[in-house]
Write a protein that binds this ligand. Sequence first.
Ligand SMILES: Cc1cc2nc3c(=O)[nH]c(=O)nc-3n(C[C@H](O)[C@H](O)[C@H](O)COP(=O)(O)OP(=O)(O)OC[C@H]3O[C@@H](n4cnc5c(N)ncnc54)[C@H](O)[C@@H]3O)c2cc1C
Length: 327
Amino acid sequence: MSTPHAAADASSRHRIVVIGGGNAGLSVAGRLRHAGISDIAVIDPNDTHYYKPLFSHVAGGTAKASETMRAQADVIPKGVDWIQGSVTSVDADAHEVRLASGATVAYEHVIVCPGIVHDWDTIPGLTDAMRSPEGASNYELDLAVKASALLRDVRGGTVVFVQASGPASCAGAAQKPMYTTEEHLAYDVLLVEPPQSAPKWIGESGLASEPGGFVDVDVRTLRSSTHPDVWALGDAAATTNSKSGGALRKQTKILADNLLSVLSGREPTAHYDGYGVCPFTVSRSTPSSPSSTTSDDSPPRCGARPTGRAAVRGSSTAGCSLRSTGT
Ligand SMILES: Cc1cc2nc3c(=O)[nH]c(=O)nc-3n(C[C@H](O)[C@H](O)[C@H](O)COP(=O)(O)OP(=O)(O)OC[C@H]3O[C@@H](n4cnc5c(N)ncnc54)[C@H](O)[C@@H]3O)c2cc1C
């Protein structure tokens, strides 16, 4: 179990700093530590680590909310420091990360993997729809718990499953509870995969190729194209794969191998081929695992019809359109 340093008194220096203790950050930190690298720190603000792929199963009624959670202290790899804080910027020229507390953390190399942001407010009415009795999502745990009860209990009308049209974590994951729900025919629910984007501070720190962009990396080596001591993987990296935990299986190894090469004075030669996989449960007992090595980020299409009860006005997403209802 790792004891966190409080961010307020954590102005410090580490050889490797990992921003984000999610799937990507924990995996790459563990792999580097296992390879003998010491003085690694993971920065993450949260006491609780969430395993997001299970959120779909919570929504679909096949997993409990408690199964998705672990204490962050228990999942930080042994021998790795945890700085409990929220990063607000990276000064890549000064080799320094700034935290919301005002503390700074200096680094030799930084690995940027803070995940993706859910932009609920970019679709007018969507936040209100999520607060309505019929609105739910598998992208936030509280909404997934709500979805589970809605999909279990409702018995008339139409169910609309909406998936994001832009970059998304496990694009199309809204379909998963749809397949398990179809088996007991529920109606009159809106289940939404929200629009998603990169954390704003990435672009503001000059780590993206455009404002609001994901971390600009060489898509083969996962090293920044402009700052050689900056690396990125996971949902926050501007890679060409479909964003998923499955992609991390390859990305983590490639990034760790390349960083280990650089730390020992060699060139990074391991190449990521864009592999991604996002398993789908197409019924309560049938898994399916579409994988690819292409740059095609378009999610599987959703065949649901527009609903007469959804509370989102005039918006559309891949595969499903919503219309105003007056509810
Ligand atoms: C509903 C859903 C279903 C999914 N299903 C699947 C699936 O079936 N299969 C699959 O392969 N993938 C699935 N995924 C995708 C998978 O969960 C992600 O691709 C994966 O978690 C990405 O890992 P990550 O570390 O980049 O981001 P995350 O796991 O989101 O971790 C990001 C971490 O960064 C931290 N952080 C955020 N901001 C800051 C900051 N400013 N400073 C410091 N730390 C910060 C967060 O607290 C978090 O711990 C699903 C995702 C969702 C949402």
